[in-house]
Design a protein around this ligand. Structure first.
Ligand code: SF4
Length: 426
């Protein structure tokens, strides 16, 4: 049985206490957020696509953790079987450390190890992951021609069928991994000692709790740390009121739902090209709320229909309030949704307004999201905002899709509350 894996090793590099808690007190973990689940799903989809570049491989993924030892033996047997040229998720173990390698391909009388990433560039963290894999592979005496990271080519433009040989790029990390081997050996020995200790190491909370990943013991370690979450927000009213402009304009609230697939779906698109897959518009005629919802979740190829509908629905309003990290004006302008002469005057991205007015509260420190802003203004209220998070990875669950429409409406109402809160304070 192994003691460490790639993920527990990475945990140990981030914080030894996190490693200790994970191995000895796993029940103290935070619940996995929607956002994290979405990220995991995205990673998996790209991994499966990457396998198609190396067809005919044997999938070594174990059905359960109890199968790891069996898969380690089978992986080594396959390496010496001349009929096997490719394996996916091959399982290796050395120095009590278990790794699963995305792809391993026969390369003459050696093997080429490949780790797949769904990102557009490679980071130091990815290189360290690969160095650990190299350490285990070398320990297992696998003759390696290279170890590479395979990631997404930012310049790829889809034209017809996906061209996987153009969609992915490779970078060797063998030299880096070789230089890092002594450090890895020392770390593994140290981590194994830490895990065996009777108590968790005394480590104060700090930057490491969010770097490079948000630690899953946040809730546990930070629960007794005083913070300013109950204090009121601060804002510079002078720029705020200038940006808010005239008060009694006919206003619509626009909540756009974007999708950013790692792998482009339509001709002319690059990886992570963003497009609209749903929206909700909220307005009020003085007596009643009017809500207009649209989405193309059943058929994404219809997304361009949204452009005409948006143009039509937004035309009659003097002001359109939205809240988004994207430059909404530029997006709408690119697709001629609104007359460019009126666009900048008409669109008010309230997120930008808050940034330019130095809006500050403990809750928005990590992320200036609609949820965090709402909850920092209305301290006794909560907003469940998950549509855009689910759709980062795209949901194929029908119930989640239906929830999306009601979420878009709820978020829009929260945005109106925020907007009116500041507008009425003028
Ligand atoms: S929350 Fe911070 S201190 Fe606690 S285990 Fe995680 S990284 Fe370490």
């Amino acid at each position: 049985m192994h003691i460490l894996s790639k993920s527990t090793y990475i945990k140990g590099e981030q914080c030894e206490k996190a490693l200790y808690l994970f191995k000895n007190r796993p029940f103290l973990r935070d619940k996995l957020s929607m956002e994290q689940r979405a990220k995991f799903k995205r990673g998996t989809d790209v991994g499966i696509l990457a396998q198609q570049l190396f067809p005919g491989g044997i999938n070594m993924t174990p059905n359960s953790p109890s199968q790891f030892s069996k898969k380690v033996v089978e992986t080594l047997q396959n390496l010496s079987n001349p009929a096997v040229n490719v394996m996916y998720e091959a399982v290796f173990q050395y120095d009590d450390t278990l790794i699963m390698l995305d792809i391993i391909v026969r390369d003459g009388d050696k093997w080429r190890a490949i780790e797949v990433k769904s990102s557009l560039s490679i980071s130091q963290t990815y290189m360290k992951d690969a160095a650990l894999q190299y350490y285990v592979l070398k320990g297992c005496n696998v003759p390696l021609s290279d170890i590479q990271l395979m990631y997404i080519n930012a310049d790829y433009v889809k034209n017809g069928d996906l061209d996987l040989s153009q969609l992915f790029v490779f970078q060797s990390v063998k030299d880096y991994a070789e230089q890092y081997q002594d450090v890895i050996a020392k770390n593994i020995a140290h981590f194994k000692d830490i895990i065996k200790q009777p108590h968790s190491p005394k480590i104060n909370v700090g930057d490491q709790c969010d770097m490079p990943y948000r630690c899953e013991f946040h809730g546990h370690c930070w629960k007794n740390i005083p913070n300013d979450a109950d204090k009121p927000y601060t804002i510079d009213y002078k720029p705020l009121y200038t940006l808010l402009g005239e008060r009694n304009q006919s206003t619509a609230y626009l909540n756009l739902l974007f999708y950013r697939p790692a792998v482009p779906l339509f001709d002319g698109d690059k990886p992570y090209t963003e497009f609209i897959i749903g929206f909700s518009i909220l307005s009020n005629n003085g007596k009643f709320d009017r809500i207009y919802n649209w989405n193309c979740l059943d058929d994404l190829s219809k997304w361009k229909d949204s452009l005409d509908i948006l143009a039509e629905q937004l035309a009659g309003f003097e002001r359109v309030v939205c809240f988004a990290p994207q430059n909404i004006s530029a997006f709408l302008q690119r697709y001629n949704i609104l007359d460019s002469k009126v666009l900048n005057h008409k669109i008010l991205n309230f997120r930008e307004v808050l940034q330019q007015s130095d809006f500050h509260h403990e809750k928005v420190k990590s992320d200036l999201s609609l949820k965090n802003v709402y909850e920092s203004i209305f301290l006794d209220k909560t907003l469940f905002e998950h549509s855009r998070i689910i759709l980062n990875a795209f949901s194929d669950n029908q119930m989640e899709r239906e929830l999306i429409t009601s979420d878009l409406e709820l978020e829009n109402k929260a945005l109106r509350e925020i907007y009116q809160h500041f507008n009425h304070s003028k």
